[in-house]
Ligand binder design. Structure first.
Ligand code: FES
Length: 252
């Protein structure tokens, strides 16, 4: 992990609610993998000499690494970004997602948030012919998916957070990655686990992972603000995450 400078090369609207930013970044970030994030601050030209500060940056999960120095992120359309904007980036932050060796079917769940932090895994999984179903629940149901790969199966849950063939989908999935809205992560993950436990007798270890996207004050394991309680141990989101086995995380 290191600090580098980048700039927004292009801003592209991809649908009604989302825009994608192409960031011209240092080559060291071209090896980013799905699950790893960037800590980003918008800066001015004299930033390095006058305003350097490692803290309170935005956490951005890339959706694509295009070439050796272009990384793409997805942001809400209402956020204001302009080409040429300079950025200070600390990254990569966190560990890549770990997939099962024999992965055939994967279930992605977005609840009260956009699924953006899960999108970077799509191209490599589709190349390996993994079947992917994405469930959108709560406010995530409003997320416009027209720009996503057509091989993806998209299901919008009903008001009770259920969908047709739910038991079958949960049995079909070899692995599940869930992402939830910020501010009440442990509560939302708790709701998802309750739903799954009502429909699966057994929820094995390494089956369902919650992807944490809480703000990271330092991102390097120094402040311990991102500590999480797991059964029998404590872990740091910035160093050990962002994905945690939901059968071990202490949920609300
Ligand atoms: S953000 Fe400071 S230790 Fe994780």
């Amino acid at each position: 992990m290191k600090e580098t400078q980048a700039y927004i090369e292009r801003v592209k609207r991809v649908n009604r609610d989302s825009q994608r930013l192409e960031l011209a970044v240092d080559r060291s970030l071209s090896s980013l993998l799905a699950g790893q994030a960037l800590l980003v601050r918008r800066i001015e030209k004299d930033y390095e000499s006058e305003h350097w500060d490692p803290y309170l940056r935005e956490l951005w999960f890339p959706v694509e690494v295009q070439t050796s120095n272009i990384v793409v992120v997805e942001q809400p359309a209402k956020a204001q970004f302009v080409p040429g904007q300079l950025l200070s980036i600390i990254g990569p932050v966190g560990r890549p997602f770990r997939f099962r060796r024999k992965l055939r079917n994967i279930l992605l769940i977005a609840y009260q948030t956009t699924p953006a932090a899960l999108l970077m895994m799509l191209p490599s999984l589709l190349t390996k012919q993994v079947s992917i179903t994405m469930i959108l629940m709560g406010t995530a149901r409003q997320y416009d998916t027209n720009h996503l790969p057509e091989e993806l199966e998209i299901v919008r849950a009903d008001d009770n957070m259920t969908w047709p063939d739910m038991v079958m989908t949960l049995g079909w999935a070899d692995q599940v990655f869930a992402i939830v809205g910020q501010g009440s992560e442990l509560h939302y993950f708790g709701e998802i686990m309750k739903l799954i436990r009502q429909r699966r007798n057994d929820v094995p270890a390494n089956y369902i992972f919650g992807v944490m996207q809480r703000p990271l004050p330092c991102g390097v394991g120094a402040c311990h603000a991102c500590i999480l309680k797991l059964r029998g141990e404590q872990k740091l989101q910035c160093v050990d995450g962002p994905a945690f086995d939901l059968t071990t995380l202490r949920l609300n």
